[in-house]
Design a protein around this ligand. Structure first.
Ligand code: SF4
Length: 295
């Protein structure tokens, strides 16, 4: 497995508790990296020689602003391209947004802001707009993540804009939103539609050291083994969860462990997430941490 991107889930804490969140982030979620841990992982990533991009995301990384800025500075100094994903809560107006972003100028290549009907009353929030304008003034390239509403839940006052992301029913979305969508037979979900589980390129690392290949599917603990060792020893087809997912998607995962469900599901991620949740007692180390499963 060739690692090209390392995404720090800097914290699971967030000011919002969005219904579509993959990792059950919220104001009371514990877990944040220390600077020492970030430094150590950056050094390991550099030593691997294949990692180009470092991202800071969450949760909401701006909640731990000094730590995030230091992480960006150090990653940039080491020669990485650096990105941040944020909900832009800090961009109350353009001038203030400039103040928040100024220390990142010249070090941050990409600022991606979440803006949709889960975060605001309109698809493009004022905060996201101010954040984007300030970033552009500082020469920071911007992106936007806007996630669709459940299929069939059209808000007439707020029609969906072009280019929005598909809603995936995993994490809190499985619990909060799946019931609003049409459901289909579990047997049709014979592949993972979103992740390359054999050679993913980028992985997420959380404040407990868990290296996620998809949120909640762990391939090793980076506080116990080196990143290089985890990537080198990863055998996707032998992994207890990735193996079945690769060979036949979430349907095969359910079949393999005899959790064949009698009910229908909103999408592949919904079946995958619920099957994994049922399997947590059997595989506590690779289906973790508990909070990503809403426990
Ligand atoms: S099907 Fe499973 S592994 Fe694939 S993206 Fe959805 S939740 Fe992740």
């Amino acid at each position: 497995m060739k690692l090209t991107g390392l995404h720090f889930l800097l914290t699971y804490r967030c000011i919002f508790e969005c219904d579509h969140c993959f990792v059950f982030s919220g104001p009371n979620q514990p877990g944040v990296f220390t600077l020492v841990q970030i430094r150590d992982l950056l050094q390991q990533a550099r030593a691997m020689g294949t990692v180009n991009w470092i991202y800071f995301e969450g949760g909401e990384p701006f909640l731990y602003y000094p730590l995030m800025v230091k992480g960006v500075e150090e990653a940039s100094r080491m020669g990485f391209q650096v990105g941040i994903v944020s909900n832009a809560f800090w961009a109350t107006n353009e001038q203030d947004a400039l103040t928040w972003l100024q220390p990142l100028a010249g070090k941050l290549q990409k600022l991606t802001l979440s803006s949709d009907l889960y975060h605001a009353d309109e698809w493009l929030s004022q905060q996201a707009l101010c954040g984007e304008r300030a970033a552009e003034k500082l020469g920071i390239s911007t992106g936007r993540i806007s996630v669709a509403q459940p299929e069939g839940c059209v808000d007439q006052a707020n029609p969906e804009p072009e280019g929005i992301s598909t809603l995936m029913y995993r994490g809190r979305a499985a619990r909060k939103l799946a019931s609003q969508a049409p459901h289909y037979s579990w047997e049709r979900y014979t592949e993972c539609p979103y992740e390359d589980l054999v050679d993913p390129g980028r992985v997420h690392v959380d404040p407990y050291g868990n290296l996620h290949i998809c949120q909640g599917i762990i391939i090793g603990n980076a506080f116990e083994r080196s990143l290089a060792e985890i990537c080198e020893s990863y055998q996707p087809h032998e992994h207890a969860i990735c193996g079945p997912l690769i060979s036949g998607g979430p349907a095969e995962l359910a079949r393999r462990y005899n959790t064949e469900p009698m009910v229908d599901y909103a999408d592949a991620c919904h079946l995958c997430f619920e099957t994994r949740r049922a399997l947590r007692p059997q595989f506590p180390a690779i289906l973790a941490p508990a909070q990503v499963y809403g426990e």
